[in-house]
Design a protein around this ligand. Structure first.
Ligand code: SAM
Length: 305
């Protein structure tokens, strides 16, 4: 069957490779890897394991963060002369939190054909099985490793989500799910910052070791998921962190009925040990309300009881 395929056209092929399970590679990806002149790899040793598994003998060359610019020039020279080159990363889709963008941009600018060969990707795999809104989402790649920058980003996103909440209903779109990559040694700190920025009740999901033996989805309120990871003696594996959009409708919202300001404040005080005033400020921020407006509503609710 493979012999009946026409020869591969010249150009740059962006080939997605498995993110854990070696079976997660398409027939087309295997044919391309077999047929190109060279495979540019993030780590040639890592890719060699995949090539050995499928009996592919194509030559490999390294293409990673530290030689991206000179290697891109060299590969481009080949491509301009009608070469056929595949680009792969260690796992998943090249250019997605992985090297490749510089070469693609150079190829596009030089008028070289660029072919995506789709396949595994951790963010999309996590999103589709998360149970959160997968219709609209924003992917941010890795969360900043420094606590200050991470908190600033998360607080900005929490605020943006809260202030856009009204608009989503008007346009009929769902608030987007936020998707991040995170490492096992930072996940607990990151979850604490998510809880701080988005509140203890925000629904989140951590998808760990996707497509591997110990694949796991931890779903729940931010405080529950943080506690789950905080009490583990060791945390291993690769992971994707997903945060439900502010005021998201659908199954998850139905499972967790909307809370009043007073209920939200009480939950935050109970779960995070915050003072009433801090909890009220957080809730105001989450809802995109001014502090005094939130305070008045809080008092009105209290007076009704
Ligand atoms: N290009 C890849 C893709 O398409 O998903 C991502 C590469 S990025 C350098 C690696 C990060 O992706 C990991 O730190 C983790 O956050 C996420 N990741 C990769 N494989 C994963 C898996 N099997 N399960 C969960 N997350 C994974």
């Amino acid at each position: 069957m493979e012999n009946s395929q026409p020869p591969l056209a010249p150009g740059l092929y962006l080939v997605a490779t498995p993110i854990g399970n070696l079976e997660d590679i398409t027939l087309r990806a295997l044919r391309v890897l077999r047929s190109v002149d060279r495979i540019a790899c993030e780590d040639t040793r890592q890719t060699q394991k995949l090539l050995n598994h499928y009996g592919i003998q194509t030559r490999t060359v390294s293409y990673h963060l530290h030689n991206e610019a000179p290697r891109a020039e060299e590969l481009l020279a080949d491509l301009r002369q009608g070469g056929r080159i595949a680009l792969v990363s260690d796992a998943g889709t090249p250019c997605i939190a992985d090297p490749g963008a510089a070469l693609v941009q150079a190829a596009v600018a030089a008028g070289v054909a660029v072919y995506p060969i789709p396949g595994a990707n951790a963010a999309l795999s996590a999103l589709t099985a998360s149970g959160l809104n997968a219709e609209t989402f924003v992917f941010y790649g890795f969360l900043p490793s420094k606590q200050g920058s991470r908190r600033t980003l998360l607080e900005r996103l929490a605020l943006e989500g809260a202030t856009k909440e009204g608009g989503h209903g008007e346009t009929g779109t769902h608030p987007p799910t936020l998707v991040f990559y995170e490492t096992p040694h930072r996940i607990v700190e990151a979850l604490a910052d998510v809880e701080l920025a988005f509140g203890a009740q925000r629904r989140i999901v951590v998808a760990r070791e996707l497509t591997k033996l110990h694949e796991e989805f931890v779903r729940g309120a931010a405080s529950e998921v943080r506690q789950d990871f905080a009490q583990r003696p060791v945390i291993r594996g690769e992971m994707v962190l997903l945060i439900e959009g502010a005021g998201a409708a659908g199954a998850s919202a139905a499972a967790a009925p909307a809370q009043t300001i007073g209920q939200q404040v009480a939950a935050l005080m109970r779960e995070s040990g915050m003072s009433e005033m801090d909890a009220l400020k957080r809730v105001a921020k989450e809802r995109g309300m001014g502090k005094s407006e939130a305070y008045r509503e809080f008092q009105r609710e209290r007076n009704k009881v």
